[in-house]
Write a protein that binds this ligand. Structure first.
Ligand SMILES: *Cc1c(COP(=O)(O)O)cnc(C)c1O
Ligand code: SF4
Length: 349
């Protein structure tokens, strides 16, 4: 079997390879690649069934990326919220620590499109040390979210070192890893990796699946290996125009995730990132999709729809409204649209 490193080395990264292997012959795409990095590894490329399908749209460059004058480059204000480079402290008790600059495939809709895969995102030992020092000085931080880029693209030993260093800080209770590896390069999940990860509990992993076509036998095997190592698995899906912006696709994805032992966590409204405006949907689309999920599929399969507010204001849940009227009794409609009432008790707050 080919190793994950070989597969990664055999990725599509140039215009020439796009032409050869996917038949894209628009030379104007060279301009897109010059602005935003391209990487499609052969595993993910093989999931493409036809040009323009949901896998294709996630990773094949599009001229629309150059014609986005709506979105800013750093929508979440992450740079202002970084007390040390690559560490974002936005919420009281948890931080986001960007420990890797590369991914197994570059998603065209990526929030950190401006930096992933670029030289600006080389994260060295000095950066990591500065992050650990900050965490030692801030014992109110109970949870560290490792992201990037994709932390699981780092070498096994580096992942082990980062986890051990965090575990040596007594105030860090929980470690969370955000990774797209189980969906874009599941072969990266090896027995050696899971042996390292399982030494650092409580450890959680949030995966990132966007379409039922990503739930393959290989992805299921990778998730089973992680779950068997005692790691609870969640999923952060991005709602993307032309990829998964309909209730049938999302319902199928969420129920399939549950079957491969992944508990859907967030469904994100796409961020305002320069070069990704063509992926954004109207907020009512997501809310309507959620209405088609609640009550219709297992509550276990239902994520929270949220948007990450511009300027670093944090995640805002978007929930369909069921309440029609409040007062002495609460009037609402159920998931079938039937009117119901519930008599109130106690005092309102
Ligand atoms: C999303 C995010 C978190 C985690 O938020 P949860 O709601 O706990 O998943 C933490 N820090 C930053 C900067 C984030 O963007
Ligand atoms: S895997 Fe995540 S960080 Fe990497 S390109 Fe995709 S969305 Fe961005």
């Amino acid at each position: 079997m080919e190793t994950w490193q070989h597969l990664l080395g055999d990725s599509i990264t140039t215009l020439e390879q796009l032409r050869h292997r996917l038949g894209c012959d628009d030379t104007a795409l060279g301009q897109v690649i010059a602005n935003f990095p391209l990487r499609i590894n052969p595993y993910f490329a093989n999931l493409i069934q036809s040009p323009g399908d949901p896998i294709w749209r996630q990773v094949v460059p599009d001229l629309a990326e150059l014609h986005d004058d709506v979105c800013p480059a750093d929508p979440l204000g992450e740079e202002q919220l970084s007390p040390v480079p690559n560490l974002v402290h936005k919420y009281p008790d948890r931080v986001l620590f960007l420990v890797s600059g590369s991914c197994a495939a570059y998603c065209r809709f990526c929030t950190r499109k401006r930096m992933v895969g670029s030289r600006d995102m080389c994260i060295g030992t000095a950066n990591l040390r500065a992050g650990y020092a900050y965490l030692r000085d801030h014992p109110e931080v109970r949870e560290v979210l490792l992201s990037g880029g994709d932390p699981l693209l780092l070498a096994d030993e580096v992942i082990g070192e980062i986890l051990s260093s965090l575990r040596a800080i007594p105030s860090i209770e929980v470690i969370r890893i955000g990774t797209r590896v189980p969906s874009v390069l599941p072969m990266r999940v090896t027995a050696r990796l899971t042996d390292i990860l399982r030494q650092h509990h409580p450890l959680y992993i949030n995966t990132h699946f966007n379409h039922p076509m990503e739930i393959t036998e290989e992805a299921a095997r990778a998730c089973a290996m992680l779950a068997d190592a005692g790691i609870p698995l969640g999923c952060q899906t991005v709602l993307l125009r032309g990829v998964n912006d309909d209730a049938g696709t999302i319902a199928q994805l969420m129920t399939m995730l549950l079957r491969i032992r992944v508990k859907p966590y967030y469904l994100f409204q796409a961020d305002l990132t320069r070069g990704t405006n063509h992926f954004r949907t109207h907020s009512s689309v997501g809310i309507a999709i959620m209405k088609r999920l609640y009550g219709h599929i297992s509550g276990m399969a239902i994520p929270t729809l949220a948007l990450d507010a511009p300027g670093g204001k944090g995640k805002i849940p978007l929930t369909p409204s069921y309440i029609v009227q409040s007062g002495d009794e609460l009037r609402f409609t159920n998931f079938r649209g039937e009117p119901c009432t519930y008599p109130e008790a106690g005092e309102a707050v």
